[in-house]
Design a protein around this ligand. Structure first.
Ligand SMILES: Nc1ncnc2c1ncn2[C@@H]1O[C@H](COP(=O)(O)OP(=O)(O)O)[C@@H](O)[C@H]1O
Length: 285
């Protein structure tokens, strides 16, 4: 994104350059047509010949947006930018925003559009200064206002909507652990949901840490059952218009995760027409 999102603090106007507007303003199981870039007679996308991807990952808390966005970002050589991480960095910084954010996040509520756009804007500016281009956004946009702001400053190529049955999501959030030292994410939950009413069952093995991380595991303060349920409720309330918005633009790709990473990753690459891209990359390595 060669341009930067800006929010006028003193008013409810978001602005970018001269433009400003009121803040009021497979398993790829898509009943709607596939996103525009995936159409075209099955021709494979040659990512190397185009500008870097500008993708968005949508999905409920616990669905695995971070895991798959991060893997794709390594594969495609673009930054994975998670607004949840930006919020947690700000919380840890004990800066002026920290206390205000803590209260919001610990209740499972959404941070204001103004704050989140400012955090993202700063992150994009810093990335640009380091020569980054393209991105995979994870956790942004979460509201229609955020989607409109994003759409006003840049083109999004694809929006991947990851899905898992609701019953699995709470357990996955409660099983999340991060190594305080290396920063890697793990999950200690054993998921085994039986198939019912024609819906397939789903099982996921835990993603356990190596021995050296075992004693350094931390749990996010907002991954308690009560807060996770609040986040899921808020997500479900706000996500539908966002999905509709991107569906109507032909950019939404729905993806029902078939299981854990070993089953889901190859299927996701296939759905994204990136399965041979990964092979080419490893052959070139
Ligand atoms: N785009 C956003 N808009 C508003 N609040 C956000 C946004 N992204 C992250 N947050 C805040 O940060 C918290 C953690 O975000 P995230 O790590 O994405 O969690 P989740 O597991 O709920 O998807 C959210 O509960 C919310 O308070």
């Amino acid at each position: 994104m060669a341009r930067v999102l800006r929010v006028a603090r003193s008013s409810s106007l978001f602005s970018f350059g001269s433009r400003s507007y009121s803040a009021e303003a497979s398993h790829a199981s898509s009943p709607s047509p596939p996103p525009t870039f995936l159409r075209g007679g099955g021709a494979r996308r040659d990512v190397t010949k185009e500008r870097n991807v500008q993708w968005v990952f949508l999905g409920c808390p616990g669905v695995g947006k971070g895991t798959y966005a991060s893997r794709l970002s390594s594969l495609l050589g673009v930054p994975h930018i998670a607004t949840g991480d930006l919020v947690r960095e700000e919380l840890a910084s004990s800066g002026p925003l920290s206390q205000q954010l803590k209260e919001i996040v610990n209740q499972g509520k959404l941070v204001s559009d103004e704050i989140i756009v400012n955090l993202l804007s700063k992150r994009l500016e810093a990335g640009e200064a380091k020569g980054e281009s393209g991105f995979i956004l994870d956790g942004f946009p979460r509201t229609m206002r955020q989607a409109e702001i994003l759409g006003d400053v840049t083109d999004i190529d694809l929006v991947v909507n990851l899905k898992l049955p609701e019953e699995v999501l709470v357990d996955k959030c409660l099983g999340r652990r991060t190594c305080d030292q290396c920063g890697k994410g793990f999950n200690i939950a054993h998921i085994n949901l039986k198939g019912e009413n024609g819906k397939p069952g789903i099982s996921m093995d835990p993603l356990l840490p190596p021995p050296q991380c075992m004693s350094k595991l931390i749990t996010r303060a907002d991954d308690t059952e009560e807060v996770v349920k609040a986040r899921l409720r808020i997500y479900n309330e706000t996500s539908q218009p966002l999905e509709e918005y991107y569906r109507s633009k032909g950019k939404l790709m729905e993806f029902d995760l078939p299981g854990g990473i070993p089953e889901s990753w190859p299927r996701l690459l296939e759905a994204l027409r990136l399965d041979d891209y990964e092979e080419k990359q490893s052959a070139a390595a």
